[in-house]
Design a protein around this ligand. Structure first.
Ligand SMILES: [Ca+2]
Ligand SMILES: [Ca+2]
Length: 316
């Protein structure tokens, strides 16, 4: 091989090497461009799950609307977001439940947070603590003697239907949420000529142990006719205060659970009575009540419960 051939050979090698380097750089550049494009186009999911025996809703304006009932999620609980997005999450406890804290890919005890950046599929868990029940009555043994019935009206007509009773004088069959026996005042069963002004009153109920909001819920079906009234009232001192009312032209479409927030009417009082007052009636229809439950928000330590599971103490 002469010197000229050696030089040509070197030049070829150099050109080849340069070509390979250019190709490699181009390939690398394209790879990184494609990577960036792919990254920019990728979205990831945010999933909401629940924990605890309480209930509530986790929502935002961007597709999450997740109902959590005793830890079980339902509704719109998973949503896709562009990579790197931050999204708000708002946890609203059901009446009597309390929000404890976030777990998983979210953290903290504030019910309103920003989750993100969503740069992978993420799961945020909302922990709701259950209400504390302080009073319950399902009328399994009739209307308890600790309750008070005020038997007003003219008491003409069918004596079995002269006031509140669990004897169901009109043979009503409501289905859920009623669980017979239930308390009913039945103007229709009392018949024409009879008038009603009937009160069903709880004993004094103490909520001194309640640290937060107090509620009552009950199975409720007032079937209206004309001008009758059906008030739910509260007493903390000597004067009854109306909490809620149905009338002959404004009543539930069917049996329902009615839940009322009592705290605004308590004015700091720690005990009260409740009254279901059916009046201004004659030969109308009826009002039935069942499964009366007074409950309040559970105590949550400031900062929520710490992030460790309680020890399980086994019986010896
Ligand atoms: Ca019952
Ligand atoms: Ca009566």
């Amino acid at each position: 091989m002469n010197k000229r051939n050696v030089r040509v050979g070197r030049q070829l090698w150099c050109q080849l090497l340069r070509a390979v380097l250019v190709l490699a750089m181009a390939a690398g550049l394209w790879a990184s461009v494609f990577h960036e494009l792919a990254r920019a186009q990728t979205s990831f999911t945010l999933t909401i799950t629940g924990m605890g025996l309480g209930s509530g809703v986790v929502s935002n304006a961007f597709g999450i609307n997740c109902t959590i009932t005793a830890g079980v999620p339902s509704g719109s609980c998973t949503q896709s977001y562009p990579s790197g997005t931050y999204v708000s999450l708002n946890a609203i406890p059901a009446p009597g439940s309390a929000f404890v804290r976030w777990l998983g890919d979210c953290s903290g005890t504030s019910p309103n947070i920003m989750a993100g950046p969503i740069d992978r599929n993420m799961t945020c868990t909302a922990w709701f603590a259950p209400p504390v029940t302080v009073f319950e009555e399902g009328f399994d043994q009739g209307i308890p003697t600790t309750w008070q019935i005020v038997d007003g009206g003219n008491n003409a007509g069918n004596q079995a239907a002269r006031t509140w009773t669990t004897n169901n004088p009109g043979n009503r069959n409501f289905g859920p949420p009623f669980d017979p026996p239930f308390a009913i005042v039945d103007s229709d069963a009392a018949g024409p000529g009879a008038t009603q002004d009937e009160q069903l009153i709880t004993p004094w109920i103490s909520v001194a142990s309640c640290p937060g909001k107090v509620f009552v819920s009950y199975a409720d079906y007032m079937h209206g006719g004309k001008v009758e009234l059906a008030d739910t009232d509260i007493l903390t001192g000597t004067t009854w205060v109306r909490l809620h009312w149905w009338s002959g032209n404004s009543f539930p479409v069917g049996p329902q659970i009615t839940t009322l927030h009592l705290t605004p009417k308590l004015g700091g009082a720690t005990s009260f009575r409740l009254r279901w007052h059916y009046y201004n009636t004659s030969n109308e229809l009826y009002w039935a009540i069942d499964s009366v439950r007074v409950f309040c928000e559970p105590p949550i330590p400031p900062g929520g419960y710490p992030l460790y599971l309680p020890l399980v103490v086994k019986a010896p």
